[in-house]
Design a protein around this ligand. Sequence first.
Ligand code: NI
Length: 131
Amino acid sequence: MSHEPLALADALASFEALWSPRIVTRVNDYDVRVAKVHGEHVWHAHDDTDEFFLVLEGELRISLREPDGERTVVLPRGAVFTVPRGTEHRPSAPSGAAILMFEPTGTSTVGDRHEAVPAHVDATTGHVLGS
Ligand code: NI
C-alpha cells in the first residue's frame, strides 16, 4: 500500500465496479475503504464490529432491523453514520452514491450473517486500490 497522499476523487475514478470496496489506506488494524454503490446491497450483520459510513457523493440509505422494528436512515452527501455491531442492515442507493467505510481489516462486505448474495454484490474483505 502506497504511503503517499491520495485524492479520494482519483481513487474513485480508478475503478467502476459497484458494491466492491477499495482499500485506500489503513489505520492501525482498520481499513479505510471507498465504494461506488447503486441499487441494493443485501441484509447482513457484523457480529463483532461496528461499521462506519461517510457519504462522499450522492445519497445512501441504510435499512436497519432494530429491537423496535425496521427503519431506514437517509444519508445525504457529507453525512456520517455508524451501524452498531450485530445490527442487521441493508445499504441501498436508488440513484447511486460513493461512500467511505471504516472498519477492521478483514471485515467482510456481507458480514458474518447474510441473505443470499446476488451477482451484483461483491462478497469481499476489500480490494487493494489498483488491483
Ligand atoms: Ni455492513
